[in-house]
Design a binder for this molecule. Structure first.
Ligand SMILES: [Zn+2]
Length: 489
């Protein structure tokens, strides 16, 4: 017994010695991290200005010309090699710095949402005559990712170590599936790990999954006629749409309950006294399991055909988007969580507190303590099986490269994405502070990975296991279609 205690004691002291040794050898890297964090603080105003400029542009998916160019200019100025207009998308780009392995990719987005033009004020105040607004904070997303990539570049330059940083300018995340085309064209093939983040109302490393999503516009063609004088000569395209919708709504009872199907009628005819010759309905279907989604999608297509047959109309459809579910990576998310704890959350000044309190008052039951912005959420592996409810084209990236993301409190705690509240915060200092938290976390995580092949290997092993089967072959859910560059026009 005594012997055993002694053994344990000696093991403990050995362990603590090893730990001390580890702490001592780890410190130069920690110093580098602190330097990066300090640097990003110093450049706060510069990046805030860029993000505000993109917020002002508020360009919709695939039309982000000025926003994309602004970010490209920063990267060129810093010595990145910029390749623009990739994957058949004029506003997409990849900017590269460095040489050799490992290759760290960072994703950036910059598209706005239609109908969310809102001033950066704590009360609802739409901007007249502006098409879109940054209700998902992608103005911050693109800027923080560029800021992080620049820090990583500075480190590569200074240290002279091997390694490459690639920043991806990813257009049209909101329904345009921009990244899918970049994945399909092989732009991520040589990347070891991809880092991304997303504006949020809380600070958290993310190991949750998302819903695979497929969407299409179903276009019905009928025959126009006088709706009162000669209705028998007409065939209503709107009847086609309505019959399809009716069948889908019946179908809801007979599909897995965690499926999401939603539609809007985008064209329904022009006048009640003309039998509509043309009608269009825009469908989204989502499920966390891609195979289940595909089988449900087949039934949606059948419903469209059945509706056309029954109403004497014709139907065609165009798949506009399709994205994979996210493949979470706990190895990488654990690292991100540790780094976010080093960075800390978002601390408001007096003015921001007043702004946040005012916003909080508008959040109803979702109202939270605004001090939650300072906290980092606990990380737990169990969140792996949790689904965010939304979909993202980062999903496709995560099936071809081990990928990890985080959210930061760019919005007042309790705010929802795609709301006037999130648009407002994304255009002022609260959003900008959250953006810098993200930039810091991304930069120091990249630094860790550039100095730690073992973690990359571990992340890759986890990823391979989760992806399943050595015979996995990536096939885009949207098939071989070209980017739907006019989907917002
Ligand atoms: Zn978004």
């Amino acid at each position: 017994m005594k012997k055993y205690v002694l053994l344990v004691l000696s093991m403990l002291s050995f362990a603590s010695m090893a730990q001390k040794k580890k702490a001592a050898t780890a410190s130069p890297l920690e110093a580098e991290k602190q330097a990066m964090i300090g640097n990003l603080d110093k450049r706060f105003d510069e990046y805030a200005k860029i993000s505000k400029q993109i917020w002002d542009y508020a360009e919709l998916g695939y039309m982000e010309e000025k926003s994309s160019l602004l970010l490209q200019e920063q990267l060129k100025k810093e010595g990145f090699q910029v390749q623009a207009g990739i994957a058949g998308i004029p506003t997409a780009f990849v900017a590269t710095y460095g040489a050799g392995k490992p290759v760290i990719g960072i994703l950036g987005e910059y598209d706005a949402l239609p109908g969310l033009a809102q001033e950066a004020t704590p009360e609802i105040k739409p901007i007249p005559n502006q098409k879109g607004g940054h209700g998902c904070g992608h103005n911050l997303f693109g800027t923080a990712s560029v800021a992080a990539a620049i820090e990583v570049k500075n480190w590569l330059q200074k240290s002279g170590k091997p390694g490459t940083v690639k920043i991806y300018g990813c257009p049209a995340e909101e329904g345009g599936s921009g990244k899918v085309y970049m994945v399909r064209e092989g732009y991520f093939n040589d990347v070891d790990v991809v880092l991304h983040w997303h504006p949020s109302s809380a600070n958290a490393a993310d190991a949750s999954t998302s819903l695979a999503n497929k969407n299409a516009k179903f276009r019905f063609k009928g025959i126009a006629s006088h709706a009162a004088a000669a209705p028998e000569r007409g065939r209503s395209a709107l009847d086609g749409v309505e019959s399809m919708n009716y069948m889908i709504n019946m179908m809801r009872e007979h599909i897995p309950q965690d499926t999401r199907i939603h539609y809007v009628i985008t064209k329904g005819g022009e006048a009640p006294n003309v039998v509509p010759a043309y009608a269009e309905v825009y469908y989204y279907a989502r499920h966390k399991d891609r195979a289940i989604l595909q089988s449900i999608w087949k039934r949606i297509e059948n419903a469209a055909q059945g509706a056309a047959l029954g109403t004497g109309t014709k139907v065609e459809w165009e798949v506009l988007g399709g994205v994979y579910n996210l493949l979470p990576n706990v190895t990488l998310a654990t690292l991100v969580h540790q780094n976010m704890q080093k960075v800390g959350g978002v601390v408001y000044n007096e003015e921001e507190k007043k702004f946040a309190e005012k916003i909080a008052e508008t959040l109803g039951e979702q109202k939270q303590d605004i001090n939650n912005a300072t906290k980092i959420k606990n990380f737990n592996d169990a969140s792996e099986s949790a689904t965010s409810g939304g979909s993202t084209d980062v999903g496709d990236v995560s099936w071809v490269v081990p990928t990890v993301g985080l959210g930061t409190a760019t919005w007042v705690p309790g705010s929802s994405a795609h709301s006037w509240q999130s648009t407002a915060a994304s255009g002022m200092s609260i959003g900008q502070k959250g953006m810098i938290v993200a930039a810091k976390t991304l930069a120091i995580t990249a630094l860790d990975l550039l100095n730690d092949q073992a973690t990359i290997d571990k992340a890759k092993a986890e990823w391979l296991e989760k992806r399943g089967g050595a015979d996995f072959k990536y096939e885009a859910l949207l098939g071989d279609r070209k980017p739907a560059l006019d989907y917002r026009k």
